[in-house]
Design a protein around this ligand. Structure first.
Ligand code: SF4
Length: 255
């Protein structure tokens, strides 16, 4: 069975999980009440599996689905401002086929990158309880394990950073901070230390206050991509198209 097929089967399993009563109630309530702008849509309102290139060298770890983003569309970081920020950066880096991410069928593809979450259901106030993170952890571990020989991991926020470091035996790691680097010896990577780069989360709370700017994020993304070995043809697969599109946008604006 191919890795792509194994990931698809896992995604199907994840999407049917109902192990956390509080989060099941919340995700479904959000999907019932809806935001006015999306009143005509049917919300996904289920757990959100990972998304990206099954042969990824770089794994990006977020936190949990956004209430009216991934919990609405069913794809990680899709349909909200956090996703706008993240996918625009991936596109600038030549790792995403387009800067926009609006639905599961918008044609977006990632090159060398897979995005996953340590908590699959939208939590109230974006804060999963410790026991909910623990319950969801096997999904996270299984998904990262399926990706095999990961080159590097980019952790978005302190919860993602802790979730990544706990994939291996606890050791001394630097405290979470933007740009901090560490490594984990993943059991399925034959003990090889996989580099981990930490970033502030791409939430609106950070990006709209200037705590995390596009330039800051481009820098950590570039560093993580370098550590993942994504320099060269794989990283450039979408890059020239991205530059052409950006140039076209600039031209339109200057007219
Ligand atoms: S948070 Fe994870 S463990 Fe809990 S219901 Fe959702 S998918 Fe299942």
């Amino acid at each position: 069975m191919t890795r792509s097929r194994r990931l698809a089967l896992l995604a199907d399993e994840i999407s049917r999980c109902r192990a956390c009563p509080r989060l099941v109630a919340h995700r479904e309530a959000v999907g019932e009440v809806k935001r006015r702008a999306y009143a005509a849509e049917t919300y996904w309102a289920r757990p959100v599996p990972g998304f990206g290139d099954p042969d990824a060298r770089l794994v990006v770890v977020g936190l949990a689905p956004g209430a009216h983003g991934a919990n609405r569309t069913g794809r990680a970081f899709t349909g909200d401002r956090s996703g706008d920020f993240l996918y625009a950066a991936l596109h600038r880096a030549g790792l995403a086929s387009q800067a926009q991410s609006s639905s599961r069928v918008d044609g977006l593809t990632l090159s060398g990158v897979f995005i996953t979450l340590p908590c699959r259901c939208v939590p109230p106030d974006n804060r999963p309880l410790a026991e909910e993170l623990a319950r969801c952890r096997p999904w996270f571990v299984r998904e990262v394990e399926q990706l095999g020989a990961t080159g590097a991991i980019l952790a978005l926020g302190a919860i993602a950073y802790d979730a990544v470091l706990s994939l291996a035996d606890p050791a001394k790691h630097p405290t979470f901070a933007h740009g901090v680097e560490s490594a984990v010896a993943l059991p399925w990577a034959r003990g090889r230390a996989v580099p981990v780069v930490a970033s502030y989360h791409v939430s609106q709370q950070n990006t709209q206050t200037g705590r995390l700017t596009a330039a800051m994020f481009d820098q950590v993304l570039s560093r993580a991509a370098d550590l993942a070995g994504l320099a060269g043809p794989q990283r450039g697969r979408h890059a020239s198209r991205g530059r052409v599109e950006e140039a076209a946008v600039k031209n339109r604006r200057s007219k």
